[in-house]
Design a protein around this ligand. Structure first.
Ligand code: AMP
Length: 191
């Protein structure tokens, strides 16, 4: 299996690049943000609980997203690998992901982190807010809160994968195709 964590702050382009990676390498896309938005849409108890966190730009509790990923790993058995998008976002989540994969005789192969300047992130999210109905992209103070939380709680996950020699920084500025080439270079170098 080829298991990739696609990492980076909100607005780095993880969703867009995940779509391209899964096509190129025939992988399964697992986005906790997408799964949570589906749960909200369906008004499940999990979705209703998650919505209050998401609307404030806070992280939902670890156990919630860990449970979701655990279910997805059980559900999609015969795939050639996963792209984890927006997960793990805390060191607790990273540890749990390792443990869940280990139970299946698997592991993360590569963690690629998209690097984008702060101002560019805010611009991209404000623009995305105009085009989509994502509630958490509508308000600059919520956008700033999400970026702060990334810096305070999520960025440190880099150290977790650095220690395993799996971390690769990839330039996230530039065109979608330029960024994608950077990601593919990192995957090919790994292979
Ligand atoms: P995203 O689509 O990845 O930007 O996620 C949207 C929102 O869902 C985030 O701002 C969090 O509130 C929540 N969320 C998504 N993934 C996670 C995660 N791994 N841990 C905690 N909260 C998450």
């Amino acid at each position: 299996m080829l298991n990739i964590v696609l990492f980076g702050p909100p607005g780095a382009g993880k969703g867009t690049q995940s779509q391209k990676l899964i096509k190129e390498y025939n992988l399964m896309h697992l986005s906790t943000g997408d799964i949570l938005r589906e749960e909200i849409e369906k008004q499940t108890p999990l979705g209703i609980e998650a919505k209050s966190y998401i609307d404030r730009g806070e992280l939902v509790p670890d156990q919630m997203v860990v449970g979701m990923i655990g279910q997805a790993l059980d559900q999609y058995r015969n795939v050639s690998g996963f792209v984890f998008d927006g997960f793990p976002r805390t060191t607790v989540q990273a540890n749990r992901l390792d443990a869940m994969l280990k139970e299946k005789g698997e592991s993360i192969n590569l963690m690629m982190s998209l690097e984008v300047d702060h101002n560019e992130l805010v611009n991209r999210l404000v623009n995305r807010g105009k085009e989509s109905n994502r509630t958490d992209d509508q308000d600059v103070s919520i956008i700033r809160n999400r970026i702060n939380i990334y810096n305070e709680r999520t960025k440190i996950v880099i150290d977790f994968y650095k220690a395993q020699n799996k971390y690769r920084a990839v330039k996230g500025m530039g065109s979608i195709d330029e960024v994608f080439h950077g990601l593919c270079d990192a995957v090919e170098a790994y292979k």
